[in-house]
Design a protein around this ligand. Structure first.
Ligand code: ZN
Length: 457
């Protein structure tokens, strides 16, 4: 992949707003070194308006290959839980090679859509019968290799998954590949951290699958000794059945229980957090954790609507993720986030950010900040010195974007359907997408096709 020393930008969205002629210089390891006024003629010129790349804060990469396979009505009412059965059936056949090929394809798709980094919530750890691979981090290493191939920034979150329901219930058969003790998980984390060393913006964190899958003691053991600033992600309150089961077990709702029993802080990302009371909503906002919203997956699974207006009114932070990857598009997820609220409130322009009239630009900026926080990337989010050089070049020849300037460009990019809005992408200083196509598209798709053939055979 071609590594750039910088980019000369005629129009660019900086943290303080839009700017004209600007030079962004990159360090040899792919960070932004300086942002300076004027165009350096020695650097390549961006052939369109430049916006910061979006972090994708929630991904289960292997699920991309089953997108669309669970859209057939079953004999009874379908739900998240029937979708999960389809997923378990799919997981049974997946080899490490398959997982790597699927993840590489997914990450290349993310990049072409303008996601430049991903938090991989990685719980597919073991062989199909549940035995750890000879290298416990085999599957984590496959994710790392896939991110390398695609050139996307990676926050790898090995997941602690130990039980099949609240209160330490035994796991089901379909969950065998996911199971670990806190000690087993720590071994995977350490091996992954070694394998990832030296890459700009990459890091590990920890995920707790959900309160269904870990007990209070296991959670405490997993968190013990974790350095401050380490991202901690957890699925929480996605389904009403999950809330009911949590209340039956503990007398508390999932978010209530979590806030009472865990040191939830700005290092944490609460994925979904769909079903919260007004008090829970305010408390999550106050503690500074990021709400990890995945609107297209939540819609696909029939989860419910996140209480976004109340959460934002309390100063809550959010980012977006593509989760099951039924869709892989930051603009589609941001659009659906706003549209869900419009349909519920029967109003327009609901998720208005303080001091920002433009809904598309406000959603983009807020999700960028929340995603950067959730991926454990300190510093000013976006195109700022010290951050990985993750830049998206919009396509000025896309009719949807023609004649648009400033935040109106972002409004059109987010809301005006899904066209070919992204022309080029630079991730950690390397050109990964050119003319709307991933630079390794051919090889990545060929490997994916081979994996699908194996899976079908
Ligand atoms: Zn998830």
């Amino acid at each position: 992949m071609e590594r750039l020393a910088g980019l000369a930008c005629g129009r660019i969205r900086l943290p303080g707003g839009w700017a004209g002629d600007t030079t962004v210089r990159f360090s040899p390891d792919g960070r932004i070194e300086a942002v300076e006024p004027g165009l350096d003629p020695a650097l390549p010129r961006a052939d369109g308006p430049v916006i910061p790349g979006m972090p994708n804060l929630h991904s289960h990469a292997f699920q991309r290959a089953m997108a669309g396979l669970a859209e057939r009505a079953g004999p009874a009412e379908d739900s998240f839980w029937t979708w999960r059965d389809t997923m378990y059936g799919f997981v049974r056949r997946l080899t490490p090679e398959d997982a790597q090929a699927i993840a590489a394809l997914l990450y290349s798709e993310m990049l072409t859509q303008g996601y430049t980094a991903v938090a991989e919530f990685h719980y597919l750890h073991h062989a199909p019968d549940g035995t750890p691979y000879a290298d416990r981090a085999e599957m984590a290493t496959r994710i790392i290799a896939a991110a390398d191939t695609a050139g996307i920034g990676l926050t790898l979150l090995p997941v602690l998954y130990a039980h099949g329901g609240f209160g330490g219930q035994p796991p089901a058969d379909g969950q065998r590949r996911f199971l670990n003790t806190p000690g087993g998980l720590r071994a995977i984390l350490d091996a992954a951290a070694r394998a990832m060393a030296g890459r700009t913006g990459w890091r590990t964190g920890l995920a707790l699958h959900s309160l269904r899958a870990v007990t209070a003691d296991e959670m405490a053991a997993a968190l013990d000794g974790l350095p401050p600033g380490t991202p901690v992600h957890i699925h929480i309150a996605e389904q009403t059945a999950e809330v009911d089961a949590c209340v039956a077990w503990s007398g508390r709702r999932p978010v209530e229980w979590l806030l009472d029993h865990a040191p939830v802080s700005p290092d944490w990302c609460l994925v979904h957090a769909t079903h919260m009371t007004a008090d829970e909503t305010a408390a999550v906002a106050r503690c500074g954790a990021v709400a990890g919203l995945c609107p297209t997956t939540e819609a696909n699974l029939g989860d419910g609507l996140f209480p976004a207006p109340a959460f934002l009114a309390h100063g809550g932070r959010f980012g977006i993720g593509s989760d099951s990857h039924i869709s892989v598009s930051p603009t589609e997820d941001l659009r659906l986030l706003e549209y869900g609220q419009r349909l519920a409130a029967r109003q327009r322009n609901v998720l208005r950010q303080p001091g920002e009239a433009s809904i598309g630009a406000g959603l983009y900026r807020t999700a960028l900040a929340g995603g950067t926080q959730a991926l454990g990337r300190p510093g000013t989010p976006g195109i700022a010195a010290g951050q990985p050089a993750d830049l998206v070049i919009l396509n000025p020849d896309d009719p949807r974007l023609m004649g648009r300037d400033g935040d109106a460009l972002l409004d059109a990019h987010v809301f005006a359907g899904s066209g070919h809005g992204v022309r080029g992408v630079v991730a950690a200083g390397c050109v990964v997408v050119r003319d709307g196509r991933h630079v390794r598209h051919g090889a990545i798709v060929a490997a994916y096709r081979r994996a699908l053939e194996r899976l079908r055979g």
